[in-house]
Design a binder for this molecule. Structure first.
Ligand code: NAD
Length: 497
């Protein structure tokens, strides 16, 4: 099967090999010997087996990470050396960018061309951005007053120290990029990491582990345990030797991880689900807005945490904008992501395909109108890009995250109504406003309850901008200086002279 695919020989060889997990500097099977199958979502075929880690494997990985953090060359390494290692890792990823992109394509279904230009490039850019932070982690000095010790002299300062062993658990929609969002600040600040990739998409994490070793990181700084959320994920979450948990995934699992983290007072960052609004104001450039709204929901098959999955358009343009988006959707070519002419790949799994078509069917049952798409097909797990109108704001289609290429669209009459509709949702990850009316845009921005607001663009992420959610979309921020804060602890020092 692999022989017929238009992929690099290195990718073919990588996929065909027996996969093992990186723990310390050893490539290991699960202690139980158990494995789990991974699939190509474009065909449904099994790509191979990876170890199914359980508690004892997580134990080994945390021990390796602990030792690297507490007592290894890593713990004594200077910021400049950490910076250089991150640059080296980014360079190696650049060298192997095509292979990484093909692994993302085969294991996730996304377009290889898009994965190379977006997922892999953004991951490389992010690691380089974080390399810069390695030499810029600062504490501060302060002048204490201490009224009960009037004759004393003091030197007081605050150190910012690496938090320690980081347990990172990520979703399948951007396997490499999400892993690097955790790895970058952890390695810049001097933490060690145990990564558990998503059950469905471990391949790029295993390739990344290879590159981390090749870059010259000491043993145990980066460990990868492949396995299910229920076994490996829960073991990592509950482990008292983990100092910080960083999670990207669903809100439901995020809540469980947050609760488990509190049992050990483990520091925790949660990047969770979304149901982000795209708001098209009356003055917007309608062609630009329709193209942007289509991209906001259909990119990555709609499997984007901040996808613009709710569309609110000023009533006077509603029909036109919806027709334009439906036209774009109908013109999209669906197929295998290895074909560069394909606009949209499959969803990640049969389960996800059923979930998404379940929501579309629910919409039909409740009287909504499917303006385009609505069908699924195989082999592989395809769902056509879909636009649904005649929905009520309280409807589950408008309130819940579908995580597929399904847009629900509604009209509004004035700015107050647009704000009310945009905020009437339990999530708060992102929002976009399409308008050139500076005054209206700036009045809207503070009123939108979400961690990011984009104007005349959507899901535009940059390493310098913190990313994260209000409300059920999470706790904490990734990227920017905020990420450094989340991977460090403060230590106050007071010296009586
Ligand atoms: P998921 O929550 O089912 O799984 C995410 C990860 O958690 C996987 O590695 C899984 O194995 C693990 N896991 C599952 N149950 C666990 C448990 N009980 N304990 C510990 N780990 C467990 O999510 P998913 O379906 O893989 O991903 C889709 C979700 O991720 C969507 O809700 C999406 O919005 C969200 N997401 C958020 C962001 C963000 O930055 N906010 C980015 C990407 C995806």
């Amino acid at each position: 099967m692999l022989a017929a695919l238009p992929i690099l020989t290195q990718t073919r060889d990588f996929i065909a090999r027996r996969h093992r997990m990186l723990i310390g500097d050893q490539w290991l099977d699960a202690a139980s010997g158990n494995t789990m199958s991974i699939r190509n979502p474009a065909t449904g075929e099994v790509l191979g087996e990876v170890p199914a880690a359980a508690k004892e494997d997580v134990e080994l990985a945390v021990q390796a990470a602990r030792q690297a953090f507490d007592d290894s060359p890593w713990s004594r390494m200077r910021p400049r050396e950490r910076q250089n290692l991150l640059w080296r890792l980014a360079d190696l990823m650049e060298r192997d960018a095509r292979q990484l992109a093909e692994l993302e394509c085969l294991n996730n279904g996304k377009s290889a061309a898009v994965a190379q230009a977006m997922d892999v490039q953004l991951a490389i850019d992010f690691l380089r951005y974080m390399a810069g932070w390695a030499t810029k982690v600062e504490g501060l000095t302060v002048e204490p007053s201490l009224p009960l010790m009037p004759d004393g002299q003091f030197h007081a300062y605050v150190r910012r120290e690496a938090v320690g062993v980081v347990g990172a658990i990520v979703a399948w929609n951007f396997p490499l990029l999400l892993a690097c969002w955790k790895l970058g600040p952890a390695l810049a600040t001097g933490c060690s990491v145990v990564l558990k990739p998503a059950d469905e998409t471990p391949l790029s994490a295993l390739k990344l582990a290879e590159l981390v070793l090749e870059a010259g990181y000491p043993a145990g700084v980066f460990n990868v345990v492949t396995g299910t959320g229920l076994q490996a994920g829960t073991a990592l979450t509950a482990h008292p030797g983990v100092d910080k948990l960083t999670f990207t995934g669903s809100t439901e699992v995020g809540k469980q991880i947050g609760r488990a983290a509190m049992d050990n007072m483990t520091r925790v960052t949660l990047e969770l689900g979304g149901k982000s609004p795209t708001i098209v104001l009356a003055d917007a450039d309608l062609q630009q807005a329709a193209a942007g709204a289509a991209q906001a929901i259909f990119f990555n098959q709609g499997q984007v945490c901040c996808a613009g999955s709710r569309l609110y358009v000023h009533r006077k343009h509603f029909d036109n904008v919806v027709a334009d988006i439906a036209g774009i959707a109908n013109g999209m070519k669906l197929g295998n992501g290895l074909d560069p002419s394909v606009d949209m790949g499959p969803l990640i799994s049969a389960r996800q395909q059923e979930r998404v078509t379940g929501y579309i069917d629910l919409g039909r049952q409740l009287g909504a109108t499917v303006a385009c798409g609505g069908e699924s097909f195989g082999p592989g797990y395809f769902v056509k890009p879909t636009v649904i109108v005649d929905v009520d704001q309280k409807h589950r289609l408008v309130q819940e995250e579908i995580f597929g290429p399904v847009l629900v669209a509604m009209p509004f009459d004035d700015l107050d109504e647009a704000v009310r509709l945009a905020n009437d949702n339990p999530y708060g990850l992102g929002a976009s406003i399409w308008s050139n009316d500076l005054s209206a845009v700036h009045r809207l921005i503070p009123r939108i309850k979400s961690g990011s607001v984009w104007v005349n663009c959507h899901s535009a992420l940059d390493p310098c901008l913190p990313f994260g959610g209000y409300k059920l979309s999470g706790v904490g921020r990734e990227m920017g200086a905020a990420a450094i804060e989340h991977y460090t602890e403060l230590k106050s020092v007071l010296i009586s002279l």
